[in-house]
Design a protein around this ligand. Structure first.
Ligand code: DX5
Ligand code: ZN
Length: 218
């Protein structure tokens, strides 16, 4: 099943509940929450209180993408705030297996993220324990960047590995995905599509989400 994980980073924070409801009416099924710490990435966004604020306004799963240096220190708080999925960057985890286990121990679905310059091979040993792998198709830190086509081969490679190893993790892609890039991403094998600007930047989030999914599932 191809799903839209809409990134609230691009939404109007003053009307967050309405924005989430609109994207959900348009068919979005996952709320993607971009957590940035000003260290791992050159931007600051929000933390566990945002997850806590989102929890009562939607039944959709909250997919927390932690772009932070020390995820282990914050995983318990994100779990308590109501996260359903937590993804951590391979690049900051000295003990990746331990961190993914920590997420699972808190009853949250664990996931791992790789930056554009990080090879898929660095994940092979942990693939059996993740709910999904998130392939960055931009360098993390900001919404509205241009899609990097190098992500396509990585998605295809992950899909191959999933088949060869008889696993069932999902493949999520994040950054620069819009109506003109979504078909390529799906064709490569992705099934969780993150989109921020494409959904929230202009017009109606509901209609944007509907159109996006129509193109994704065509
Ligand atoms: C980038 C974030 C993305 C971002 C996507 O660091 O991880 O989730 O919000 O935004 P768009 O869809 O605008 O590229
Ligand atoms: Zn993200």
């Amino acid at each position: 099943m191809i799903e839209l994980a809409f990134s609230i980073l691009a939404s109007d924070f003053a009307h967050l509940a309405d924005e989430v409801a609109a994207a959900e009416r348009g068919g979005g099924t996952i709320v993607h929450v971009d957590v940035m710490d000003g260290h791992f990435v050159p931007n600051i966004t929000f933390g566990p209180p945002m997850v806590q604020a989102l929890r009562p306004i939607t039944k959709l799963p909250l997919d927390c993408h932690l772009m932070i240096d020390n995820p282990d220190a914050f995983i318990p708080e994100f779990a308590a705030a109501g996260a359903n999925m937590i993804s951590v960057h391979q690049e900051v985890c000295r003990h990746l297996h331990r961190t993914l286990q920590l997420i699972a121990d808190h009853g949250v679905q664990p996931a791992v993220v790789i930056n554009p310059a990080t090879p898929v091979e660095t994940l092979i040993e942990v693939l059996p324990m993740v709910h999904h792998v998130l392939v960055m198709s931009v360098n993390p830190g900001f919404g509205g960047q241009k899609f990097l086509p190098l992500a396509l081969d990585k998605i295809a490679y992950l899909a191959e590995l999933r088949e060869a190893l008889d696993l069932n993790f999902r493949i999520e892609v994040d950054g620069g995905i819009a109506n003109d890039t979504v078909a390529d991403v799906v064709e490569a094998g992705a099934d969780m599509l993150v989109a921020g600007s494409a959904i929230f930047h202009s017009g109606s989030a509901e209609q944007n989400a509907r159109k996006f999914l129509e193109l994704a599932r065509a």
